[in-house]
Design a protein around this ligand. Structure first.
Ligand SMILES: C[S@@+](CC[C@H](N)C(=O)[O-])C[C@H]1O[C@@H](n2cnc3c(N)ncnc32)[C@H](O)[C@@H]1O
Length: 236
């Protein structure tokens, strides 16, 4: 796999083509959904060319969802915003296929998905290729010794900054108070500018516009608050 630049942590993904016993989801990735979903090798070929792949000009807005899970938000967003392009990144095959299948069933032609590790986003996107970035309920890694695995890190925000277009934002939601308390200062100490922050999204002024994701629903049913913030890459 070609590497575009070096980072502190570069997890290696098992290559899809080498899997000894491919599941139905692995088969679907390079079969039925080949034109809509990209494995870890094919998606790198799209770097800097995603809009062209969609047949859209460079001015077309293109957003990214990291960790689509089973794709309720992914399909909702693609449907609700047909004039925007949406790329999803998901590590696991089953949610990856569930996400793109859901979007296709809704008739979306503005969504694609990649099997890749979001820690290595620069392999997939060139400078200024992305607009908004959605990170909803990322794995919380609650044990202290695993905090290094959390997606939101200073290095990650530094990696994301040049990839995003000015005037775009990162939407971050989590059910983990501990992760929120970890992530918020990292955002605040980055170059991104705070637009929103609340420790209880569903009691906030942004509740009515919020789409409840699959994981969010599970935590809401337990009566737990959802922690939310939005940070922008300003225009100037
Ligand atoms: C807790 S689930 C949340 C799913 C969805 N966003 C929601 O709110 O229902 C986190 C998802 O992120 C994916 N994921 C975890 N780490 C990832 C990474 N480094 N790159 C891409 N996807 C990742 C997992 O496979 C999982 O599907």
């Amino acid at each position: 796999m070609e590497q575009k630049s070096s980072r502190i942590r570069r997890p290696r993904l098992v290559e899809t083509k080498t899997l000894p016993n491919p599941t139905e989801y692995v088969v679907a990735l390079n079969g039925e959904y080949r034109d809509w979903a990209y494995d870890e090798e094919r998606c790198q070929e799209n770097r800097g060319k995603w809009r062209a792949l969609f047949g859209k000009p460079d001015s077309a807005p293109m957003d990214l969802e990291i960790g689509t899970g089973n794709g309720y938000f992914f399909a909702h967003r693609a449907t609700a915003e047909p004039d925007r392009l949406l790329v999803g990144i998901e590590l696991k095959y089953k949610p990856l296929i569930q996400s793109i299948r859901r979007a296709r069933r809704e008739g979306c032609v503005n969504a694609r998905i990649a099997r890749y590790d979001a820690n290595c986003l620069e392999d997939l996107f060139a400078e200024g290729e992305l607009n908004h970035v959605f990170i909803h309920h990322p794995d919380p890694w609650p044990r202290k010794r695993d905090w290094k695995h959390r997606l939101i890190q200073t290095e990650f925000l530094e990696l994301l900054w040049p990839l995003m277009r000015p005037g775009s934002y990162i939407n971050f939601k989590t059910d983990s108070e501990d992760y929120y308390d970890w992530a918020l200062p990292l955002f605040e100490n980055s170059k991104f500018k705070k637009l929103r922050a609340t420790r209880d999204l569903h009691k906030s002024e942004w509740a009515s516009e919020n789409f409840v994701t699959h994981f969010e629903q599970l935590f809401l049913q337990k009566g737990q608050p959802i922690f939310y913030c939005r940070f922008e890459k300003p225009l100037v």
